[in-house]
Design a protein around this ligand. Structure first.
Ligand SMILES: CC(C)(COP(=O)(O)OP(=O)(O)OC[C@H]1O[C@@H](n2cnc3c(N)ncnc32)[C@H](O)[C@@H]1OP(=O)(O)O)[C@@H](O)C(=O)NCCC(=O)NCCS
Length: 152
């Protein structure tokens, strides 16, 4: 588990633009994973589920609730993007969440994140917004958009 937290943190620091302040710190990741309701998966550069001993190129973290699973974080190292790894991680999330009894996936994203194309292509649709919900480290207020994806 500790090694996987190292891998998650390595991808996290490479993937998230510090301008938006979206990356989690190690303590936040460890605390989330300490709960039985949080799940994660790593993917290797070839887009297959990570096997110990190789490089991790991306990960997701999610949290299971009643008949719903929320995507908390999704990230792919910039050097491995646009090869289908993000999509592969969403496939893994859907399969896992379905096995845990979820009927839909949820996520929240800052408006304008290019990840929206990936999410919409996967089947997510917008269900609401929170105006000026996020505050960047520079003090800018950004809207949040909530998406859902039915999986059963
Ligand atoms: C969002 C992210 C995970 C996508 O990872 P990825 O491995 O590059 O995604 P995929 O290769 O699976 O993309 C699949 C499709 O989604 C769409 N897509 C993905 N990234 C896109 C982008 N930056 N701009 C436009 N469309 C994009 C495209 O349709 C793409 O298919 P194509 O490459 O054939 O055109 C990655 O860009 C990332 O880590 N971003 C920073 C972290 C972040 O913002 N995460 C989401 C919020 S938690």
């Amino acid at each position: 588990m500790n090694d996987d937290v190292d891998r998650i943190m390595a991808v996290m620091s490479a993937a998230f633009d510090p301008v938006f302040g979206e990356a989690w710190n190690r303590r936040q990741v460890e605390d989330a994973l300490a709960f039985g309701t949080c799940h994660y998966a790593l993917v290797d550069p070839a887009g297959v589920p990570f096997v110990d001993g190789g490089n991790a190129a991306g990960f997701f973290m999610s949290r299971t609730g009643y008949e719903e699973e929320e995507l908390l974080l999704l990230a792919v190292d910039p050097q491995y993007r646009r090869r289908g790894l993000g999509r592969s991680l969403l496939d893994t999330l859907r399969t896992g969440a379905s096995g845990r009894g979820a009927r839909r996936l949820l996520l929240e994203m800052r408006r304008g994140n290019p990840a929206e194309s990936l999410y919409r292509g996967f089947g997510f649709y917008s269900i609401g917004e929170r105006r000026e919900y996020y505050r960047t480290p520079g003090g800018e207020r950004l809207d949040a958009v909530t998406f859902a994806c039915d999986i059963s």
